[in-house]
Design a protein. Structure first.
Length: 275
């Protein structure tokens, strides 16, 4: 039966003939037995309910409401694009039409359910699902492209000598200045934050690896530092710390050393064992 208005009338009339009381009720949990419109006729269904001495039969009629599509679409993801106008138009064409008929009753402790859903409702749901999948694929592709761009710009920034040699506190402002010419009009502040965060992580990781190697060479490095003109031409602790820092930056491939490592190298270079 394609006309679901007639289906509802037939269910009401059939229930009335059999003396079945129609009521609206909620049935928590999953039904025990499920019948489909395609395989079970109205007479078969109501005869079963009558023979089971059902105290009542619940008849629920659902009508298509396009606002539910809008709400469900928006609820998927706050970053979703707008609902496609063509999809909404197809739903609006069916607005108010019966999109589901549900008959339920209880007998002998079991819950029986009869489902009748028009074919066009399944077609609309399939269209909606296809649009959702396409939208998800577009968002996934966009996300991948953004991540690739973030990674590339972070790697470029990490290679900048000025950025590598910056301190933890100065690196943020240095990074913003160096990144500015590389940005596009579509790059939002969040993306910039991600680039700077990734570049900072790269510097920390790479600097950590380089200085881990240099830690085992401190005596040798102190001798090399003492032989440099930059060290020999200065005498104050402050100037020698600056010379040691610049020396470590050069030895590490441009990465800024920690204050502790600078102090350690300075003290080694100043120690009497190297005089």
């Amino acid at each position: 039966m394609d006309d679901f208005e007639d289906l509802v009338l037939e269910l009401r009339a059939g229930a009335d003939r059999r003396g079945l009381r129609l009521m609206e009720a909620a049935f928590p949990g999953e039904p025990t037995v499920v019948f489909q419109q395609e395989t079970t006729s109205v007479d078969e269904l109501l005869d079963l309910a009558q023979h089971a001495f059902a105290p009542f039969v619940s008849l629920t009629v659902s009508r298509l409401d396009p606002s539910e599509l809008i709400e469900s679409w928006d609820a998927e993801d706050e970053a979703n694009p707008d609902l496609p106008a063509q999809l909404l138009s197809l739903w609006q064409e069916r607005a108010g039409q019966i999109d589901g008929v549900f008959v339920q009753w209880i007998a002998s402790g079991a819950v029986y359910l009869y489902l009748a859903v028009p074919a066009w409702k399944g077609e609309l749901e399939e269209l909606r699902e296809n649009w959702s999948e396409e939208k998800h694929a577009q968002r996934t592709d966009l996300y991948r492209a953004v991540r690739i761009r973030i990674t590339r710009l972070a790697e470029e920034l990490e290679c900048e000598p000025e950025y590598r040699s910056g301190t933890l506190h100065s690196r943020g402002s240095i990074g913003k200045a160096l990144l500015e010419p590389k940005l596009q009009s579509t790059d939002d502040p969040y993306m910039v934050t991600q680039i700077l965060s990734e570049a900072s992580r790269l510097v920390r990781d790479n600097a950590g690896a380089e200085y881990s190697k240099l830690m085992g060479q401190m005596d040798e490095l102190a001798l090399k530092l003492r032989a440099t003109r930059a060290w020999q031409e200065v005498y104050t602790a402050r100037d020698r710390a600056a010379a040691a820092r610049n020396f470590l930056i050069e030895q590490s491939g441009g990465y800024s050393p920690s204050t502790d490592m600078v102090s350690r190298l300075r003290r080694l270079a100043e120690s009497s064992s190297y005089r």
